[in-house]
Design a binder for this molecule. Structure first.
Ligand code: GDP
Length: 471
């Protein structure tokens, strides 16, 4: 079926030409090289085999410590729906425009940068943990810090918990913004208590997690929140070398009728200049023009700067890395090889782990951590399973519950599993909506159980390296 798509012919024709060669094949079957050549010839195509070595030509040179300079932190805002993520992003954006820049029409390019005193902070303008984890699943770790917005007039909600798990799984520090404190029924202490019950102790209460009461509506506390962001960033000692060719990540891309492909990228190191040839995912091109989020033309963009650029020959995907090339031809070559390789690789590489694979690797002795996402129908069973799973940890293998929650298995759970090499265990719950399809595509192992000891036994067997494959 892949070959059929590549040559744009019906799959039945491929099957019948294989039959003529004496091979009975199904549409999911992989063809060997020789067969591929013969079949393709019949449709007037020539097969070229491309090795995986193309990727190696983009090696990154390590920076010398003296070349590194402090860079602005890059922030993602997460939290439960309606708790005020968008309002907070909008408020920060409006309140932190410097004089002289405010004349420009703000462009929603998927990321923006604000000035706080003489420092800068960059925000990714796609709030929510799904976008965050989707990028991570593509191998892009862009965010330095996560702000989790939790409304003070509500409880710590399922998506708040998800956001916490997603940030923790990524190893990104969290700052809580307890929002809507302007409301008469606001009760920030309730939120803080519930967080502390999840072992998340904020500084005010003797812990080490930053938190700030805010109102995204009136702006109360927002400056203090940004101060805390800068403080946390200082601790992280974020640095990059601005004096080299730019590297970074694609934030979003779209086709604009008048201007062609407009791609928002975040420069993470080096500096990008108008005129540079870049390669982003499967697309390449010369940077014809570059704009910041205020629509201002830029000639050069340094580390932690979000910019939208014109000149790519297509729309790369969010999370794709970009690199600068001295030689346009080389960039083009790699781009086209990547397109060819993509289908091949998406079939060949086992991106995620299944429980069977874990068992095998544990038996071989090269496995240290077993990451689990646990969803159940009621709190009681989730807690019981968490306890039992954690007790299975041995000196050799640590069992980590990356995320647990009550409710169906969602697409966001699957993304988290992909990004963190985890398996998903469902107790009396099933995948919902798109979750199953995404799990199949990403080859995430979802195990569902209705008997607690069956779940525990399976995991135990896997850890002892003797699980029989699931039928
Ligand atoms: P999101 O879904 O997390 O992006 O939430 P929104 O930013 O869309 O906010 C949801 C609703 O809460 C909107 O009606 C906002 O006007 C309101 N809201 C957000 N922040 C505040 C706040 O600090 N105070 C009050 N009173 N309302 C707020």
């Amino acid at each position: 079926s892949e070959v059929a798509t590549m040559m744009n012919v019906p799959v039945t024709q491929i099957i019948s030409s294989c039959m003529m060669l004496g091979m009975m094949v199904t549409m999911n079957q992989r063809l060997d090289a020789e067969t591929l050549v013969i079949v393709a010839e019949e449709f007037n195509y020539k097969v070229e085999f491309v090795g995986a070595e193309v990727e190696e030509s983009i090696e990154e040179v390590e920076d010398k410590p003296e070349d590194l300079e402090t860079r602005a932190p890059i922030i993602t805002v997460m939290g439960h729906v309606d708790h005020g993520k968008t309002s907070l992003l909008d408020y920060i954006r409006k309140a932190n425009v410097i004089e002289g820049e405010s004349g420009g029409i703000t462009q929603h390019i998927g990321a923006y940068s604000v000035n706080v005193g003489d420092q800068k902070i960059a925000f990714l303008d796609t709030p929510g943990h799904e976008a965050f984890t989707a990028m991570r699943a593509r191998g892009a770790q862009v965010t330095d810090l996560v702000i989790i917005v939790a409304a003070a007039d509500d409880d710590v909600m399922p998506q708040t918990k998800e956001a916490i798990s997603h940030a923790q799984a990524a190893g990104v520090p969290i700052i809580f913004a307890i929002n809507k404190i302007d409301k008469p029924n606001a009760n920030p202490d309730n939120v803080k208590t519930q967080l502390s019950q999840m072992n998340l102790l904020i500084e005010e209460w003797g812990g080490n997690i930053q938190s700030q009461d805010i109102s995204a509506k009136t702006g109360q506390g927002v400056d203090e929140l940004l101060e805390k962001v800068l403080l946390e960033a200082e601790i992280l000692e974020l640095k990059a070398n601005p004096n080299k060719n730019a590297v970074g990540t694609v934030v979003e891309a779209q086709l604009d009728k008048g201007r062609g492909y407009v791609t928002t990228i975040l420069v993470q190191a080096g500096s990008l200049r108008v005129g540079d040839y870049i390669l982003a995912g499967k697309h390449s091109g010369k940077v014809k023009a570059m704009f910041n989020d205020k629509g201002k033309k830029l000639k050069i963009a340094g580390p932690s700067t979000p910019v939208s650029i014109l000149g790519l020959d297509g729309a790369p995907q969010a999370g794709d890395k970009f690199n600068v090339f001295e030689d346009e031809r080389e960039a083009k070559q790699i781009a086209s090889k990547r397109s060819q390789l993509q289908r091949e690789q998406s079939v060949r590489t086992q991106k995620t782990l299944t429980l069977d694979e874990i068992g095998r690797r544990i038996a071989l002795g090269d496995f240290k951590e077993l990451n689990i996402i646990l969803k159940g129908d009621v709190d009681g069973s989730v807690e019981a399973l968490t306890d039992s799973f954690q007790k299975l940890s041995t000196e050799e293998i640590q069992v980590n519950i990356l995320h647990k929650g009550v409710g169906a298995i969602t697409e966001s759970d699957v993304l988290l599993a992909t990004a963190s090499d985890a398996i998903i265990v469902g107790f009396n719950v099933r995948p919902q909506g798109n979750a199953r399809a995404v799990a199949d595509r990403e080859e995430v192992d979802i195990r569902t159980y209705s008997i607690i000891y069956a779940a525990i036994n399976d995991l135990k067997d896997a850890m002892e390296g003797m699980l029989s494959p699931e039928m």
